[in-house]
Design a protein around this ligand. Structure first.
Ligand code: MSP
Length: 551
């Protein structure tokens, strides 16, 4: 790896271990994985971290209920989370657990820095605490949590406070100087008005909880979950020695909208207090809703990713989540919409175009992409569209505009499909002139396929739409991609490329999939998966065994 590669560090939230991942958690992680793959394609040295948030009273209670120690409980849950990400092909670089020793050292170090700089003091706190969200909430005794609607508890305890109130001005100055720090705009406005309304000091330790990282020399104090959890972003990339690895400050913390305040207010304030660099951007995405409600275990409307992946494959789930929801906004999850997207865009759109192209090249050119002859205006038009798509899609990926990016890629595929239908290469004879014309048409189709699958790769990494390695070598060679001219055919400017069109470097059998239908069409979920038989058509989470047998 060349030493001069620019570094890029992005994070998912670290997930609570008192439950297993549903499609909402999967969404956050898939988005990060997509960004990671995209940044790698653009030549960055990327680190993506995810992990588990393992402390707090919830874990104490769940472990007790399960009849095991807290350590045993979280180890089992963390392994489950990790296994799922592996199974879904998510390529995290570092899985951080808040029970890792290196994490505990980082939290204690950060606390020490904040304390030495005068931003930590001892006190007593009484308040309504939501044990489900692990946060004090602003309600009266006896009232429910305003976020999750569940009962709150009154807690009074000695603890250490962080002087958040001292950071109102520094934070507002920071937001003003870094207008892109909080994304999207709506969340930025929300955070700004929260901070402008005044900040209260924060309790950052507990004496009522056992299961947490001890505050050195101050036992029985343990760290409050957010001071502990947020620090995971730093402990994942070296902790106190972060400068050695060179990945801190993070480029993007990707979070759900409900935890934007912790990330855009508390976290930068902790870092400012410690004199450490701040992350570059906090990006809050919306929720995946099921029947207009946020998925949650307590409501019983969670959708699990495993059975979906088992039936349709990982690419289908990734494509659906990123295409259907405008990033940053809430989106609705529906099985029927998922299957419809799969059928129309993957089986019929890309799948059909790839199979047709491969079949014709196999039949007419012994599986090798033919040499193109002179390009006609219709090829030039497609070339222009492909070229424009490359620039626009990269720009959209940079702004995390996944849905629009995929829409553009698919309109390129649709245009190429239309082009094949109107050129009808199958009607051409075996005369010399027709052979050459057919060669040009098939070369054009293969070239569009190469461009489209390369552009879609960050979202669709699993399916062998074409020989990706080969495609990506072609893409990677042209760094930076901006300004990349996939259609350059002028002999003068690049004679080698004309002689050896990129797909031709290898026989088609290697470069493209065999000419069979790439993806079978699926019936609507509700029809192929009757509610009584198939767990994933139910609104309840499926059991592992039903998912396996019926889906
Ligand atoms: N442990 C904290 C985060 C600490 S980060 C330092 C936490 N964990 S969580 O398990 O509740 O996961 C929250 C994250 O999961 C959300 O921020 C969001 O990214 C994702 N989602 C959970 N439910 C979701 C939906 N229904 N839709 C989309 N994302 C959702 O909060």
């Amino acid at each position: 790896m060349p030493a001069n590669k620019p570094k890029f560090y992005l994070t998912t939230p670290i997930y609570y271990t008192n439950g297993l991942p549903h499609i909402g958690h999967t969404y956050s992680t898939i988005v990060c994985d997509t960004i990671r793959r995209y940044k790698r394609m653009r030549g960055f040295d990327v680190i993506m971290t995810t992990g588990t948030d393992e402390h707090g009273v919830n874990v104490e209670r769940s472990a007790k209920k399960a009849g095991v120690s807290e350590a045993e409980f979280v180890a089992k849950m963390a392994a489950e989370w990790k296994a799922l990400w592996d199974e879904l092909g998510i390529q995290g670089d570092e899985f951080i657990r808040t029970t890792d020793l290196k994490h505990a050292h980082t939290v204690q170090w950060l606390f020490k820095l904040c304390r030495e700089n005068g931003f930590v003091y001892p006190g007593h706190y009484t308040g309504q605490y939501c044990i489900y969200d692990n946060a004090y909430v602003d309600v009266k005794a006896g009232e429910n949590c305003p976020d999750c609607g569940r009962p709150t508890e009154t807690i009074t305890e000695p603890n250490y406070f962080f002087k958040l109130s001292a950071f109102q001005k520094p934070l507002l100055d920071w937001y003003a100087k870094h207008p892109d720090f909080i994304q999207p705009e709506s969340r930025r406005n929300e955070v700004l008005s929260f901070v402008e309304g005044g900040l209260r000091d924060l309790s950052i330790t507990r004496t009522t909880i056992r299961w947490g990282i001890p505050v050195p020399g101050e036992e029985p104090h343990v760290f409050y979950v957010w001071f502990d959890a947020l620090t995971a972003y730093l402990s994942a990339v070296g902790g106190p020695n972060y400068e050695k690895l060179g990945f801190w400050p993070a480029d993007i913390h990707l979070v759900g909208k409900e935890i934007i305040r912790f990330h855009a207010v508390y976290w930068p304030a902790f870092l400012m207090a410690a004199g450490l660099p701040l992350p570059k951007q906090i990006w809050a995405h919306g929720w995946l809703l099921m029947d207009s409600a946020k998925m949650s275990k307590s409501v019983g409307n969670v959708v699990r990713p495993r059975p979906i992946v088992h039936v349709l494959g990982m690419d289908a789930l990734r494509y659906y989540l990123l295409r259907e929801t405008v990033f940053g906004q809430d989106g609705n999850f529906s099985y029927d919409a998922l299957v419809q997207r799969y059928n129309s865009d993957l089986a019929n759109g890309l799948g059909n175009f790839a199979s047709r192209t491969a079949a014709m090249i196999e039949r007419n050119c012994s599986g090798k992409v033919p040499q193109p002859g002179a390009l006609q205006p219709q090829e030039e038009a497609l070339a222009k569209q492909a070229q424009a798509a490359v620039g626009e899609v990269l720009e959209l990926y940079d702004k995390l505009g996944f849905s629009r990016a995929l829409e553009l890629i698919w309109s390129l595929i649709a245009a190429a499909d239309k082009y094949l239908a109107s050129e009808q290469p199958w009607t051409l004879s075996s005369s010399e002139a027709d052979n050459q014309r057919r060669g040009t048409i098939l070369w054009t189709a293969a070239e569009v396929l190469r461009v489209a699958t390369a552009l879609a790769h960050p979202v669709l990494p699993a399916r062998r739409w074409a020989n990706r390695r080969h495609f990506f070598r072609a893409l990677k060679k042209r760094k930076p991609l901006r300004g990349w001219k996939p259609w350059k055919t002028k002999r003068k400017s690049n004679p080698r490329r004309l002689r050896r069109p990129r797909l031709q470097a290898r026989p088609l059998r290697v470069a493209l999939l065999p000419p069979q239908r790439l993806l079978p069409r699926r019936k609507l979920a509700s029809r192929i998966l009757p509610k009584s038989k198939c767990a994933w058509a139910r609104s309840r989470p499926p059991s592992a065994s039903s998912a396996r047998t019926n889906c």
